[in-house]
Design a protein around this ligand. Structure first.
Ligand SMILES: C[S@@+](CC[C@H](N)C(=O)[O-])C[C@H]1O[C@@H](n2cnc3c(N)ncnc32)[C@H](O)[C@@H]1O
Ligand code: SF4
Length: 352
């Protein structure tokens, strides 16, 4: 490996900004490639079957490796970490990792996204180790639809119990991510609000995305946020509110009666590539500059072959400087070019 100049010189050159003027601010770290669900939109059973080759434990980044990389990312401008997976709570002793990550001075915010099944048993420990907020994925309150949307593995009661336990442990407000698919769970979307309005919970509706092209995504299965906004407003008046920070992915609306807020993540109908400052680190240590990227930079092999901090910083910084990804914005054009007969998705702004 070519030796990099020293750490001070690299950091002295300033935080990297990509070719489209976007800084590196957020890092999503997958701590576990396995999952205890098989949501058809994410890990369909047919593909992630019992003989699927998940990573062996030594192939995953160790906690020490994750912390070292998070520290380096922090020195290049990352302020926010999100632990995800697979299912992050399947990783043994996850709370210890959180404790170590909270010790990185540059990191201002650590979040966790989980399917919630194991949350009740870990909530207190996670909070005690410094976690302050959690996002739970929950698409429906209907038991049968829940079973279908989790690939038959999930237990709705456990997830609801996990949400209560998270609130009780001080991980609030809890955010709930609900992926809405037309004809599957769209008719029950308002039930989620009915249940959680007035509680320290923010429900966020996510447009179904064609992640990885392996989930039988079709344009007509996307429920555009604008449609949901209209349905919700007709039942509970609400108004758009300002984003918490530049580049926030969810558009926020507040109920007029003061019972809280609801978010919309419109990745399909209103892509937010223009302000995207998120990088991804996979469980096996590959660094990706876009959720949809198929090629990642192998930081694990570099780490394990003796790379210095300066080497790693230069790899990360150099990759970000070259970044041009805007897949979500281009996806509609690519899709139409591939198949002009397919239904068009209208792009629009829903406010907030
Ligand atoms: C990949 S999961 C990993 C963390 C954890 N297992 C969970 O489900 O929260 C992270 C988030 O991605 C969302 N997701 C997965 N596939 C998606 C898709 N095709 N479209 C939209 N969101 C998706 C999930 O609903 C979840 O909120
Ligand atoms: S629980 Fe999360 S990681 Fe697991 S299959 Fe569902 S969305 Fe994917």
């Amino acid at each position: 490996m070519k030796q990099a100049s020293n750490v001070r010189d690299i950091l002295g050159a300033g935080n990297p900004v990509d070719r489209l003027g976007r800084p590196l601010h957020d890092l999503r770290i997958s701590v576990m490639d396995r999952c205890n669900f098989r949501c058809p939109y994410c890990m369909p059973k047919e593909q992630f079957h019992e003989h699927y080759r998940f990573l062996k434990s030594q192939e995953r980044l160790s906690f020490d490796e994750i912390v070292r990389l998070a520290r380096l990312f922090g020195s290049l401008g990352v302020r926010k970490l999100r632990l995800t997976g697979g299912e992050p709570l399947l990783r043994a002793n996850l709370a210890d990792l959180i404790g170590d990550l909270t010790g990185i001075p540059e990191i201002e915010d650590i979040a966790l996204t989980t399917n919630g099944v194991l949350l009740a048993q870990h909530a207190v420990d996670l909070h005690a180790n410094g976690l302050r907020r959690v996002t739970v994925s929950l698409d429906t309150l209907d038991k049968e639809i829940f079973a279908r949307m989790s690939g038959g593995f999930g237990a709705l009661d456990q997830v609801l119990h996990g949400i209560d336990a998270a609130i009780a442990a001080g991980l609030s407000p809890v955010k709930i991510n609900a992926v809405i698919e037309r004809g599957i769970n769209d008719h029950g979307a308002l039930d989620l609000l009915e249940r959680f309005r007035g509680m320290p919970v923010i429900v966020r509706f996510i447009e179904f995305m064609d992640v990885g092209n392996r989930n039988e995504w079709r344009p007509e299965t996307v429920v555009p946020s604008r449609e949901l906004v209209a349905r919700i407003k007709a039942r509970w008046p609400m108004h758009p509110i300002a984003e918490n920070y530049r580049g926030e992915v969810a558009q926020r609306w507040r109920f007029d009666d003061g019972t809280g807020e609801v978010g919309f993540i419109s990745s399909v109908s209103q892509p937010f590539c223009g302000t995207c400052s998120r990088a991804r680190l996979s469980s096996e240590g590959k660094f990706y500059t876009c959720l949809f990227a198929t090629h990642g930079i192998n930081l694990r092999d570099a780490l394990r072959s003796g790379a210095t901090d300066a080497d790693l910083l230069q790899m990360i910084r150099g990759t970000w400087l070259e970044r041009t990804d805007r897949y979500s914005e281009q996806r509609e054009q690519l899709r139409q070019a591939r198949n002009p007969a397919e239904q068009k998705i209208e792009m629009y702004y829903i406010g907030g």
